[in-house]
Design a protein around this ligand. Sequence first.
Ligand code: NIG
Ligand code: FE
Length: 399
Amino acid sequence: MTRTVLHGASEVFVGPGERIEDGAVAIEDGRIVAVGPSAAVTREHPPENADTALDATGKTLLPGFVDSHTHALFAGDRSDEFAAKLRGKTYGEILAAGGGILRTVRAVREASDEVLLANLLGHLDAMLAHGTTTVEVKSGYGLDAETELRMLDAIARADAAHPIDVVPTFMGAHAVPEGRDADEYAERVAEEQVPAVAEQGIAEFCDAFCEEGVFSVEQSRRVLAAGVEHGLTPKVHAEELSHLGGTKLAASLGAASADHLLHATREDARALAEAGVTAVFLPGTAFGLGAAYADPAPFLEAGATIAVASDFNPNCYARSMGFATTLACVGMGLDPAAAVAAATDGGARALNRDDRGTLREGARADVAVVDAPSHVHVPYVFDTNPVETVLKDGEVAHG
Ligand code: NIG
Ligand code: FE
């Protein structure tokens, strides 16, 4: 048996609404076996008997971040679009002119399997260093069966090769390929790509970009319903640039999550809450686009579960979940504890994972050790990375 004890922490952020001052966490074989006041935990689990003991005086123990929405597998460089947006071009205009997602599609189709894997592993290293221990990664820069499968294969290989748990989402309905009709392409995704992905057996979720000028509610429904038939749980990019109805679609399908929600209404919030669909907020995207942030208040009032994720992609070059919590506080008005809970427990809920996202007894021992005395420093410190050490399944994976 492998034993680890982290003790003397200024604060243990156990989960939503649960924090312990001068706390400790004991771990056996990758699972948390005790959490509580340091004196009590170390009496039962003496540090001197542990294989690894860490004196966390002055530090905070957090559940590893669960980043539930990323497009972290890509190739190419779109930094010039950042400059174009500053000159007034919109995200939709860039996409309609064959840039944006479609440009990354061309780069991914040209990239070798080795380059794709190496790119993703590099980003995972950066995420781990910032305290992320589980990350969802979407395909969607292939837009044909062959490249979508190649992306999902790279995601599976990265999961096997890296300490971070990588959760695979198929997103053939991420954009309409150049020169194609949206209806016809959505039909191909449903009829051809979804069954091929299911046969390959390496995707868990199916996502669609339900947006004006991309996929309509009906086209998104067609793709996501085909996914459900083939065992893929739906997720929806909903109300990001306009209000189209993706949130209600997510509710009607019993999706795991509806994501973005910048233009969602109070009625949307109620529909999500009633259907038990997690609302995923991606404040980095609003920040990068210079757009108005999503308003979490109607979702919280309706009793919905909320998550905060990075949305790391070429249009939102931010891998740090700590920075996502900063933006969730400053831009969306969440308080620090709610932001940290949304980036950990909320993320786990958006991915249907009940074994992580908290430091409760029985949970996976995925722990970020923050070199600061409380969880408030996670959003408060945004110029450097306050995460010092990261444990994945009880093993030191970083630091
Ligand atoms: O979630 N909105 C669609 N997908 C991504 C952006 C992907 C890209 O621009 O490459 C998002 O923001
Ligand atoms: Fe996205």
